[in-house]
Design a protein around this ligand. Structure first.
Ligand code: ITT
Length: 189
């Protein structure tokens, strides 16, 4: 099956490609020469995932998968949430982590979760799939793999951050993996 991944984020695309496996021909926006900044002005992960997937399906006619994701920190009332990519500065992972750690200074409750909402869009319209992974935030960065907030997030049941795991390990337990599993179950029906 051919699938267009509606993202400009290469890390996300690569994780999605790895998780989907061999039965999918994964195309990126670059493959279709789409460099447009897609305005993510939704108020929820779901709305933003649909904006991306719908835009790409309407532009290409190829079934499209939008991924809107982020980190929700309990003590920060769910922030950075839908603003995860631009919490301190647009796609500046270093500054975004610094802001979260700064706001979490001297806060003992370190609970947080990653969430992905996928929107699959084809001629039948939109379908949604959600995945979450719970864990705790460190007080400083550990590890260099992955992207975004991976260096400060330790998933429950582990003693290392997502950024210390090989991609295969993160991709077996992540929010993205859980959402994609639900998408694959839907396709099998
Ligand atoms: P597209 O909109 O082009 O897909 P994006 O990076 O802007 O790319 P989002 O708006 O969904 O995507 O923002 C997601 C942000 O949440 C991302 O930039 C990271 O900061 C964070 N994030 C999402 N998934 C993550 C993961 O698996 N590990 C670490 N951080 C993640």
């Amino acid at each position: 099956m051919q699938l267009l991944i509606a993202t400009h984020n290469e890390h996300k695309k690569e994780e999605i490609r790895q998780i989907l496996g061999k039965n999918f021909v994964v195309k990126s926006l670059t493959d279709y020469g789409i460099f447009d900044e897609i305005a993510e002005n939704g108020k929820t992960f779901k709305e933003n995932a649909e904006i991306k997937a719908k835009y790409c399906f309407e532009k290409t006619g190829i079934p499209s998968l939008g991924d809107d994701s982020g980190l929700a920190v309990e003590a920060l009332n769910g922030k950075p949430g839908i603003f995860s990519a631009r919490y301190a500065d647009d796609h500046d992972f270093v500054k975004n982590i610094e802001k979260v750690l700064d706001e979490m200074k001297s806060i003992e409750n370190r609970k947080a979760y990653f969430i992905t909402v996928l929107c699959y869009y084809d001629e039948s319209g939109a379908k949604f799939f959600e995945g979450k992974v719970h864990g705790n935030l460190l007080t400083e960065n550990k590890g260099f793999k992955g992207f975004g907030y991976d260096p400060i997030f330790v998933p429950d049941g582990y003693e290392k951050t997502f950024a210390e795991m090989p991609s295969e390990e993160k991709n077996q337990i992540s929010h993205r993996k859980k959402a994609i599993e639900k998408f694959l179950e839907f396709l099998e029906k």
